[in-house]
Design a protein. Structure first.
Length: 338
């Protein structure tokens, strides 16, 4: 909301002589709708309403996006047009989410009179690092594109960005399972069932590794064919980068929910600090490796940053909190995958 106000009243232009393009303002408004949609998904998770997540946001949401893009592809493609399509998609999905919440008698804005003030204060202390962490995750997931936008031309940015779409399919495993995982693992930890906590974490990461391996194998060994199928020979420049990014996402998925485990244990600040360090580390390393090896070096920095972040989170849980996250079967599967 603050960014919308700043852009609408041209505060940055009047003070710093920086003018944002119209497309930027449309995207920011669209992201406001996107944020509220993410908020509703959190409500679905907390109230055990899986249909709200899987049917509305995954199935119906994907169908709406596909239809809008398909219709627009038959028209003259412009950057503003694509931004407006993104805005329309988020608004349609927002309306559907609000209708679904209304049918389930759920209010987005409630009365705080019935809430214990001490509990509310504790909740706020726990929550604010999560909000900041979400921002850091968004920046950390796209810092490589930001670096390219600053130091390279749009042509190279477009090729790299297009190639990076395929590895993100692996991250879908985490986003889908996390909807069910976080409430369950939080309840287990709250009840003091540490052994069960370890078992669920190990079991989840084991099967995530198995499921992700098949897709990783296909994407890795057929990356060139995918680039030619969806794009053209110009995009073969990003072939090596694509392979590196695929390996990065496989590692991220196969170790399971390291960040969510920290949240389940009430360690939101720890995750925030790790994300801050990871973002700074990734930015510095990304710039250095981009200079050395172009987009391949940038992809390597993404791989190293993901390993860096996950290992830090794993070490904190296993060494500081003395909670086991993996069993022998996990290590066997990783060795077989290699």
């Amino acid at each position: 909301l603050l960014i919308i106000i700043i852009t609408q009243f041209q505060i940055t232009y009047k003070v710093f002589n920086i003018k944002f393009p119209d497309e930027f303002q449309v995207i920011i408004i669209a992201l406001l709708g996107f944020t509220i949609n993410m908020y509703t998904i959190g409500i679905y998770s907390g109230l055990n309403l899986p249909k709200g997540k899987s049917v509305i946001n995954d199935l119906v949401g994907s169908l709406i996006w596909f239809i809008l893009v398909y219709i627009y592809s038959s028209m003259d493609v412009t950057l503003m047009g694509l931004c407006l399509i993104f805005l329309l998609y988020n608004l349609i999905l927002l309306v559907i989410n609000l209708i679904y919440l209304r049918f389930n008698n759920i209010r987005l804005i409630g009365n705080n009179d019935s809430i214990d003030q001490k509990e509310l204060i504790e909740f706020k202390k726990y929550s604010w690092p999560i909000y900041l962490t979400l921002i850091l995750i968004a920046l950390g997931s796209n810092y490589d594109k930001l670096i390219l936008a600053l130091f390279e031309n749009n042509y190279l940015l477009g090729i790299y960005f297009s190639a990076s779409i395929f590895p993100m399919a692996l991250a879908t495993f985490l986003s889908v399972v996390n909807f069910l995982y976080l409430p369950i693992i939080s309840s287990i930890y709250a009840n003091g069932q540490i052994r069960k906590f370890s078992t669920v974490s190990a079991w989840t990461s084991k099967w995530l590794s198995c499921a992700a391996f098949l897709f990783t194998f296909i994407l890795f060994f057929h990356s060139d064919q995918l680039l030619l199928l969806f794009f053209n020979s110009e995009y073969m420049v990003a072939s090596v980068s694509l392979k590196i990014l695929i390996l990065a996402q496989f590692f991220h998925v196969s170790v399971g929910f390291t960040g969510q485990n920290l949240l389940a244990m009430g360690l939101s600040k720890v995750q925030m600090y790790i994300r801050i360090l990871t973002l700074i580390f990734g930015l510095v390393l990304g710039i250095i490796l981009l200079i050395m090896w172009s987009i391949n070096g940038l992809a390597i920095s993404v791989l190293i940053s993901i390993i860096f972040s996950n290992i830090f989170q794993i070490l904190y849980i296993t060494r500081v909190k003395n909670i086991r996250l993996f069993y022998n079967s996990n290590y066997i599967i990783w060795l077989l995958a290699i």
